[in-house]
Design a protein around this ligand. Structure first.
Ligand code: NI
Length: 198
């Protein structure tokens, strides 16, 4: 058994893959072995998410095909939730209990770009923790959005797949305008905060 606290720091920063790279558009494999190799990946993912200033990071974004994500994200009451979710599934409210909210959404694999996207404002995510024990996270606010976004990643979906052609075009244009700030190996090399005045 290993504690979550032993996994949230001390990893290596991994390169974050971009939309269009194969790992981001392929489904992941169920995790069956909860060993030190898995824990090393979790540790590296926490460190990478922090370096990129993200609220969630899925394995497909660091070119790995095991089904897991990490998160460090506020809920509707601004309570911060930190954890790792392995082999997740998301359950959303049905019919009259479903409330869609359209908020700006972004992805570390298309850095610098945001688009409004309607999603349910409540989600239950079930899976396993880093020791293989069953866990459930109830998400409201940004956490509800994060749990849905990261679980999408593990089936090879990015949030652009949920946008209209028009919105996706705008999103890519926003990314292109800022892409020069993000080195190819970001966040291994930090982003450039401003353009030299020339
Ligand atoms: Ni993403």
């Amino acid at each position: 058994m290993i504690e979550l606290a032993d996994l949230v720091t001390g990893g290596q920063i991994l390169r974050i893959a971009r939309w269009g790279e194969p790992s981001l558009h392929a489904p992941t494999q169920t995790v069956t072995v909860f060993d030190s190799a898995l824990h090393d990946l979790v540790r590296d993912m926490f460190t990478t998410m922090e370096a990129a200033d993200g609220v969630g990071l899925a394995s497909t974004q660091v070119d790995d095909n095991r089904s897991l994500f990490v998160y460090h994200c506020p809920d509707a009451d601004d309570k911060i939730h930190i954890g790792v979710m392995i082999n997740p599934t998301v359950t959303l409210p049905e019919s009259k209990n479903r409330h869609l909210v359209s908020e700006e959404e972004g992805c570390l694999s298309l850095p610098g770009a945001y688009s409004p996207l309607a999603r349910p404002d409540f989600a239950i995510c079930r899976g396993q923790d880093h020791n293989g024990n069953p866990i459930e996270v109830v998400g409201t606010g940004l956490l509800a959005r994060c749990l849905q976004h990261e679980t999408d990643h593990l089936s090879g979906m990015v949030f652009g797949d949920r946008l209209s052609d028009r919105s996706r075009k705008h999103l890519y244009a926003d990314h292109e305008a800022l892409a020069h700030r993000y080195p190819d190996d970001w966040p291994q090399t930090p982003k450039k905060e401003f353009d030299p005045a020339m």
